[in-house]
Design a protein around this ligand. Structure first.
Ligand SMILES: [Zn+2]
Length: 202
């Protein structure tokens, strides 16, 4: 097994262990670039605890599969589009984590409210308007709102994070979930002020 396959599996299990994905089919998807023209991606429906080097799919940037031992997640196609359009992206995590998804359900972006957002998110997070998951329009909106940021919220859906490494991508997903929880609690207490410095991406 390659080190990268192991890294994908370990990160998927960590997402599960830390509560960033819910059980079973509501888990989202995770991928990692293997080479310039291909990436590892989690299969459809399989619980992250069941991921092994033998059941991870490998997709090429032309949309074909190098190996496809498991049913293909429909999420594979927006991962593909991100890798095609953003060569710096090495890893992608898509989750329906609870607090980030709460923002998505309320159609609220995540304003620039802590300095940590500069490093982990590349600034304030936009929210892409709703489109049916895995539709071409959904993919177009993800690309349009991701731009130079490290994540985008999807209205009535969930969170997409990208990173220049799997470690950085995981940290972004965990950071956003934790900050979303604090932000939602703070909103119960009153106004949350934005701070300066949220412009620009990486
Ligand atoms: Zn999803």
């Amino acid at each position: 097994m390659s080190d990268l396959t192991l890294e994908l599996i370990k990160t998927a299990q960590k997402l599960k262990d830390r509560g960033l994905v819910s059980e079973g089919v509501n888990k989202g998807s995770i991928s990692l670039r293997l080479a310039e023209d291909r990436f590892l991606i989690s299969p459809s429906k399989l619980d992250y605890a069941e991921l092994t080097p033998e059941n991870v799919n490998i997709m090429k940037l032309d949309g074909s599969f190098v190996v496809q031992p498991s049913p293909v997640s429909r999420d594979s196609y927006f991962h593909l589009a991100i890798y095609q359009n953003y060569p710096h992206v090495q890893a992608i995590i898509h989750t329906h984590s609870k607090y980030a998804t709460a923002l998505c359900l309320a159609n609220r972006p995540l304003p620039f409210i802590t300095m940590g957002m500069k490093f982990h998110c590349g600034g304030a997070l936009e929210i892409a308007p709703y489109a049916p998951p895995n539709s071409e329009e959904c993919t177009r909106l993800i690309l349009a709102h991701l731009k130079d940021k490290k994540a985008v919220l999807l209205q009535n859906h969930g969170l997409v994070c990208v990173g220049e490494s799997m470690t950085a991508c995981y940290e972004t997903a965990e950071f956003i979930e934790s900050l979303s929880e604090s932000y939602l609690h703070a909103l119960l207490l009153g106004e949350v002020k934005e701070i300066d410095g949220g412009r620009g991406g990486y």
